[in-house]
Design a protein around this ligand. Structure first.
Ligand code: SF4
Length: 306
């Protein structure tokens, strides 16, 4: 099968840094428990890898990071690359926990920008995914930060005297651009601050620029990963090329390859390279007329994923 491997794809610098920081912890020397506050990155196999090494992962999509901290009384707490609010940091300090903060520098910068504008008297409208740790952390910076997901929620907001609009780092830049246009109609003096990180932007640009004769775009990544989902959305909505998200080769339904002559492959910023490479290798060998090539067994496990 013909394959276009989109570049860049896969790990971003924030994920590489987070994994490196945790690998540097000498787990064998720890006498007290180590907790991950949420999933380190949105990839189950990577989190399982660390759970296997003895790190306790506190993950509950219905609980905030602040609430999850109630389950920790001693030891080390690891903050994930998505960032945490100042309340979480203060609470961890009050509990005398050792802190390992893997917040991505791009996320940190976006929080700093929000604080700067707030201190200048602005109200902040923040485009982000509800329940996502990064947007929850941004919202918790101040009651003057309003979280919206789309234009309809923008319409429902009241008038503000001084207002700025910014966003979660992993949004689709097309969605953000559209909301910018609506925001300018509603608040002609609004300050627009685009905080989509370079890693997200460049991966989306590669999807937009994929070959026009691609029949199917395969996005390898976790269903919880916002940047992964956005890559699939960009392919469908902006490049007009159908897309599927698969977490590993095992998720690939070969019926989706029927009559497909050319596929493109990309992966989310938290997808280990080994997982994507396995999918690419399968596609290279796949032959619609040869059932021997149909087996989508994945050999990537939590032990060998990193
Ligand atoms: S996707 Fe962007 S913001 Fe998120 S960890 Fe990677 S570089 Fe940082």
């Amino acid at each position: 099968m013909e394959i276009q491997k989109l570049i860049p794809r896969g790990y971003c610098h924030g994920v590489v840094n987070a994994i490196k920081m945790i690998k540097q912890l000498d787990l064998s020397q720890q006498t007290q428990p180590i907790y991950l506050l949420g999933m380190l990155i949105h990839n189950k196999k990577v989190n399982d890898f660390f759970a296997e090494k003895g790190i306790r992962i506190l993950h509950n999509p219905f609980r905030t990071r602040l609430e999850l901290l109630d389950h920790i009384e001693e030891g080390t707490v690891i903050f994930t690359a998505h960032g945490v609010s100042d309340d979480v940091i203060q609470k961890a300090k009050a509990k005398h926990l050792d802190i390992v903060d893997t917040t991505c520098s791009d996320v940190r910068k976006s929080f700093d920008v929000i604080e700067e504008y707030l201190s200048d008297g602005y109200t902040i409208i923040y485009i982000g995914k509800k329940g996502h740790p990064e947007s929850e952390a941004a919202r918790s910076i101040s009651d003057d930060v309003y979280l919206i997901e789309d234009e309809a929620e923008l319409d429902a907001l009241p008038a503000f005297e001084k207002v700025a609009l910014t966003n979660q780092t992993t949004m689709s830049f097309y969605d953000v651009y559209r909301i910018h246009q609506s925001a300018l109609d509603k608040y002609p003096n609004i300050q627009l601050i685009d905080e989509i990180c370079d890693a997200t932007r460049s991966r989306q640009e590669a999807v937009i620029n994929q070959d026009k004769d691609v029949d199917l775009c395969i996005v390898v990544g976790d269903h919880l990963s916002n940047n992964t989902k956005k890559l699939a959305e960009v392919s469908e909505k902006e490049a007009n090329i159908p897309a599927i998200v698969i977490e590993t080769l095992a998720d690939l339904d070969i019926n989706r390859l029927t009559n497909v002559k050319k596929v493109s492959v990309t992966s989310g910023a938290s997808t280990p390279t080994k997982i994507t490479n396995e999918v690419v290798k399968f596609l290279e060998l796949f032959d619609q007329n040869n059932p021997v090539t149909f087996h989508t067994t994945s050999h990537i496990t939590k032990k060998n994923v990193l």
